[in-house]
Design a protein around this ligand. Structure first.
Ligand SMILES: Nc1ncnc2c1ncn2[C@@H]1O[C@H](COP(=O)(O)OP(=O)(O)OP(=O)(O)O)[C@@H](O)[C@H]1O
Length: 253
């Protein structure tokens, strides 16, 4: 549904992304991980069409609908606005469509609540519901679990998985939660200005590029992966002849 070919982004003379190629297929959950400043948000902006690449091509399936969940939303706490009213902005929406999207995001009980009174986890569900109004083929989330505790993060990812099953959409997200990424993704892309490695989570976790980028945290995530999916981890460790495709990282700093 989406192909990136050798994408490069240069801003103010600084190379932010270089030679990024990837493909996304319907129904898969793909997570982009990488250190701060490694170009994750920039890549998402290229994918949703908010930023033009300096080099390369973005090929989208015809009439591809993309739903976008931003990192956060600044809300003026003095502004009285219910969730339902917020969902109907900036375009008018049918009440039924709003109710359906809220239910799909697990936020059906929040429609009459004031936006400014929501917890972080509740607000993320509402932002997810707003993205679902588009009936997306591709759902893009930029650190949508930022500020959520582990429990709320795990619940949010379960909700994403339910959405994927209901809508049959692909999901592309950025996350720093390595433990959850390992469990929730079909494929992980490790980005540091360019793609260092990508593949099934357990294989990426076993790669040297991943371990050099994330150190101890990476080993912990790997342990989590082994604990929860022993069969996969066996494969990750026991299959040195087929390491994930790796590339040298450059310092995107
Ligand atoms: N408009 C711009 N002009 C110049 N440099 C920019 C611009 N926007 C972003 N950058 C730089 O590009 C690099 C990548 O930024 P980006 O926000 O994509 O990283 P990120 O991986 O999403 O980071 P984080 O994990 O901290 O959210 C950073 O060094 C940032 O300072």
């Amino acid at each position: 549904m989406l192909t990136l070919e050798e994408i490069g982004v240069v801003r103010n003379g600084t190379v932010i992304l270089e030679d990024v190629s990837l493909e996304l297929a319907r129904g898969e959950i793909v997570t982009i991980v990488g250190p701060n400043g490694s170009g994750k948000s920039t890549l998402l902006r290229v994918i949703i069409g908010a930023l033009a690449a300096s080099r390369g091509r973005v090929i989208r399936a015809e009439n591809l609908r993309i739903g976008y969940v931003p990192q956060r939303l600044q809300i003026d706490p003095t502004l009285p606005m219910t969730v339902k009213r917020f969902m109907a902005l900036p375009h008018r929406r049918r009440r039924d469509d709003i109710a359906t999207a809220l239910a799909e995001a697990g936020a059906e009980a929040l429609g009459e609540r004031q936006l400014s009174a929501l917890s972080g986890g509740q607000l993320q569900k509402v932002l997810l519901a707003r993205a679902l109004l588009e009936r997306p083929d591709l759902l893009v989330l930029d650190e949508a679990n930022q500020g959520l505790d582990h429990r709320a993060t795990a619940e949010f990812y379960r909700q994403i998985d339910r959405v994927r099953q209901t809508l049959g959409c692909a999901v592309l997200m950025v996350s720093h939660e390595l433990h959850v990424v390992m469990k929730a993704s079909d494929r992980v892309i490790c980005l540091n200005g360019t793609i260092c490695c990508q593949g099934r989570p357990e294989r990426v976790a076993a790669s040297s590029a991943w371990q050099s980028l994330f150190g101890i945290e990476a080993r912990d995530a790997m342990a989590f992966c082994r604990h929860t999916e022993p069969g996969h981890a066996e494969h990750a460790h026991g299959n040195p002849e087929t390491p994930p495709p790796e590339r040298a990282c450059h310092d995107a700093g």
